[in-house]
Write a protein that binds this ligand. Structure first.
Ligand SMILES: NC(=O)C1=CN([C@@H]2O[C@H](COP(=O)(O)OP(=O)(O)OC[C@H]3O[C@@H](n4cnc5c(N)ncnc54)[C@H](OP(=O)(O)O)[C@@H]3O)[C@@H](O)[C@H]2O)C=CC1
Ligand SMILES: N[C@@H](CC=O)C(=O)O
Ligand code: NA
Length: 428
């Protein structure tokens, strides 16, 4: 335990969208934060690659340094907001080795190298906090890691990527083109430095891996998460969804069943009446189902500089309190060994949109393909077309492997001109 009046020295790595807001709020709220921590928080320096670049009025030039290792070595707490794997990983390990606690928003790093970082932090008896890494401002890591530590979480389902929710929402509500909506999301500071991580689902998959690891008390890596992004979602899909009172959302789903755990990220049709359908813009919403607590819902801003800075500062206050007055946050809990199940085992529903020959007998030929794989059809809608008829079929719940085999046979069928899209249906 250090002298309660001695300042806690903070190193900021990366004053970008999030980091610059953290610095602004640390300065603007200095008195409140000092009172809450029990010691002043002092910025020891801000690491950048180029110290000559102007970074706006919130970033004092005098604090800039391009010597990350020297800065990390003199800090009590290192706040990593650069993103990416290297040099973030090495600098966090250096920080931990020198006895500093770490706050990071870097989900990509945690999903790939989490075990190495948790082990180092536990061995050095320092904190590693990462509330901002999952669902931005929403308190979610702490509730799952701490508040629900006495319960059994069975399922987590939600929207955990602000950029893709913003894009899909703009396409649905305002008919915007995909590319225009993505550009806006980048300008608003929601997207990752390389937005491929957002639109291909990798960012949501990293968050799903982190949440599943915390919820199921075992290591779930990025590679364990089945991942499909939204880059293949077309305006036609969005319109077809709206015509059937549904919306398309990129969902992250982590489930624990009797057979093991399954974690997946993919676009899905959600009924308009479901609460997730009402999550607009860059907002996120996550449902957590636990044995004793029942259902819990978390909702708020999942991206953006200021909201994310709130989560970073919350962590910073916690770890600084430990530096000022003693104590330590939770260590990694990874004792469980559930099997990680493949996507083929998932039970889900499909909506298949296709164009078919406009002749008698086609409907029964299509129905026969579904029956061949024991997949029940719940709803059939036919849409007249010029050369072909449009057919939209929604199935009952079935194993993914049977649904895939059905689609593959539909593609090979003479009755089907084209399978235009296949979307899972969730949230009913
Ligand atoms: N933006 C958001 O809504 C959210 C972001 N996050 C996470 O927060 C982290 C930061 O994101 P964000 O602020 O948006 O990112 P930005 O790209 O806006 O900022 C990154 C900052 O880090 C600096 N940086 C990047 N790479 C290096 C490097 N190799 N060496 C030194 N400095 C480097 C950049 O410097 P320079 O200006 O010189 O390029 C910039 O100042 C990421 O891990 C991201 O996933 C988490 C939740 C929400
Ligand atoms: N790019 C991410 C930022 C927050 O994690 C997102 O869009 O959700
Ligand atoms: Na969060």
């Amino acid at each position: 335990m250090s002298d309660p009046l001695k300042p806690v020295s903070i190193a900021i790595l990366g004053p970008g969208t999030v980091g610059s807001e953290v610095v602004r709020l640390l300065t603007a709220q200095a008195e409140d934060l000092a009172a809450r921590v029990g010691a002043p928080l002092e910025i020891a320096g801000i690491y950048v690659r180029d110290t000559s670049k102007d970074r706006g009025p919130n970033i004092p030039r005098a604090l800039l340094t391009d010597d990350a290792s020297a800065l990390v070595a003199k800090a009590d707490v290192v706040v990593e907001l650069m993103g990416g794997i290297e040099p973030a990983r090495t600098l966090i390990l250096e920080a931990i080795a020198s006895g500093a606690s770490v706050v990071t928003a870097n989900k990509a790093l945690l999903a790939q190298h989490g075990p190495e970082l948790y082990e180092a932090a536990d061995a050095a008896n320092v904190d590693l906090y990462f509330e901002a890494a999952v669902a931005g401002a929403i308190p979610l890591v702490r509730p799952v890691r701490e508040s629900l530590a006495g319960d059994h979480i069975s399922r987590i389902l939600g929207i955990v990527n602000g950029t893709t929710n913003y894009i899909l929402d703009e396409m649905t509500m305002r008919g915007l083109d995909y590319d225009v909506a993505l550009k806006q999301a980048q300008e608003l500071g929601y997207a990752e430095a390389d937005p491929t991580a957002d639109v291909e689902g990798h960012d949501a998959a990293a968050k799903a891996a982190i949440l599943a690891s915390l919820a199921f008390h075992q290591r779930v890596a990025m590679d364990d998460v089945y991942c499909e992004g939204i880059s293949a979602v077309t305006s036609e899909d969005v319109i077809a969804a709206r015509e059937t009172d549904q919306v398309i959302k990129l969902l992250a789903i982590a489930e624990r069943t009797a057979d093991g755990v399954a974690v997946r990220v993919h676009p899905a049709l959600v009924p308009m009446t479901h609460p997730l359908a009402g999550v607009h813009g860059a907002f996120n919403a996550v449902f957590v189902e636990a044995e004793s607590a029942g259902g819990l819902m978390f909702y708020g801003q999942g991206a953006g500089g200021t909201p994310t800075a709130s989560a970073v500062l919350g962590d910073l206050v916690s770890v600084a309190r430990h530096k000022a007055s003693g104590g330590k946050g939770p260590h990694e809990s990874n004792y469980a060994e559930h099997e990680v199940l493949p996507i083929e085992a998932a039970l889900t529903r499909y909506c298949v949109r296709m164009s078919v020959e406009d002749r008698p007998g086609v409907l029964s030929a299509v129905a026969e393909v579904f029956a061949r794989h024991d997949v029940g059809i719940e709803i059939v809608r036919q849409v007249p077309g010029q050369t072909h008829a449009g057919l939209i079929l929604s199935t009952y719940s079935a194993p993914e492997r049977d649904l895939r085999a059905t689609v593959s046979d539909l593609e090979a069928s003479d009755a089907v001109a084209e399978v235009k899209s296949v979307l899972r249906i969730e949230g009913e």
